[in-house]
Design a protein. Structure first.
Length: 307
């Protein structure tokens, strides 16, 4: 194994070690926050226990159908409060399950990394005689620059992969909302049972996708924080973590006012544009890093040929 690959591999393990420890430091308070949120929402639901018992176990569209009648065009404020609390409580519970699972995965990953900082020091001690000469020190600087650039590229790629998952989940959500909105229009003209059933089916699809969207958005924001922490680049964070709450609020208001899927659809479209903008930034950064890495490799080849 050549020195450059050894050096890059051990530095990459150090990055992974520090990255996952940083995730642990953020996940634990996030888990506590979700736990407290679930408790608060459960209190609201307990205060409305009769309504909750009546609605328990139903799909979201069935909840709407049960409390509003077949067309689901109007919801009173008290019922809206119960629906919002129920949706947010379910989201908090699902997020807590996700976070517990992620903690287990991170612990296993950290265990597999061993002690990369100690390995790095042993590598330096082993190679120090080779690096003492002036020319070799200059070569080592180029090796280190190539290693750092490669590690930056890995960080950008990881963020991009998670961002693409969020983008696809948002597109699926928007598709379901579009379908639900189309069937809502038919409902306004007295489309009857079939159009109501089709609308509810797409509403359920969209609701099921929201947690998937929120999970990917949370992980995307985590990766963007890593980009900001472990590279020389800074990406603006746009508050992805609160999307589900705002979406559910808008979703219920939509049904209270006109039985359509308007504001929540616009929220999803706006968020998709923000995700795409961030992905575009990451793509630009990755392109710059790739160019930098090629320049460093050319310098290294020239240095070796002229040594």
């Amino acid at each position: 194994m050549n020195y450059e690959k050894e050096f890059t591999d051990v530095k990459e393990r150090i990055r992974q070690y520090e990255k996952w420890h940083a995730h642990l430091d953020r996940i634990r308070p996030n888990l506590e926050e979700q736990t407290q949120k679930a408790k608060q929402l459960k209190t609201i639901l307990q205060d409305k226990q009769q309504d909750v018992d009546r609605l328990s176990g139903l799909s979201f569209s069935s909840l709407l159908h049960a409390v509003t009648g077949r067309k689901a065009e109007k919801i009173d404020e008290a019922t809206a409060l119960v629906l919002k609390a129920q949706l947010k409580y379910e989201e908090a519970e699902e997020t807590m399950t996700d976070l517990h699972h992620e903690l287990e995965e991170i612990d296993a990953h950290l265990h597999s990394l061993g002690n990369p900082k100690a390995d790095f020091q042993r590598l330096l001690d082993l190679k120090k005689d080779v690096l003492l000469g002036e020319k070799n020190t200059a070569l080592h600087s180029l090796v280190e620059a190539a290693s750092t650039t490669t590690i930056y590229m890995n960080e950008i790629k990881e963020a991009t992969e998670v961002g693409q998952k969020a983008k696809q989940a948002l597109k699926s959500t928007i598709f379901s909302l579009n379908k639900a909105s189309d069937w809502s229009t038919f409902d306004l003209f007295g489309g009857g049972f079939l159009t109501t059933a089709m609308k509810h089916s797409h509403v359920d699809d969209a609701k099921a996708l929201i947690h998937q969207v929120q999970r990917h958005l949370r992980q995307f924001e985590e990766e963007l924080k890593d980009v900001n922490q472990f590279t020389s680049f800074q990406i603006e964070l746009t508050g992805f973590l609160t999307f589900a709450d705002y979406f559910f609020d808008g979703f219920i208001v939509d049904w209270m006012v006109h039985g359509k899927i308007k504001d929540s659809h616009e929220q999803a479209v706006t968020l998709l544009a923000e995700v795409e903008t961030t992905l575009s930034q990451l793509a630009t950064i990755e392109k710059e890093l790739h160019s930098d890495l090629e320049d460093i490799r050319k310098q290294k080849r020239a240095f070796i040929l002229n040594a």
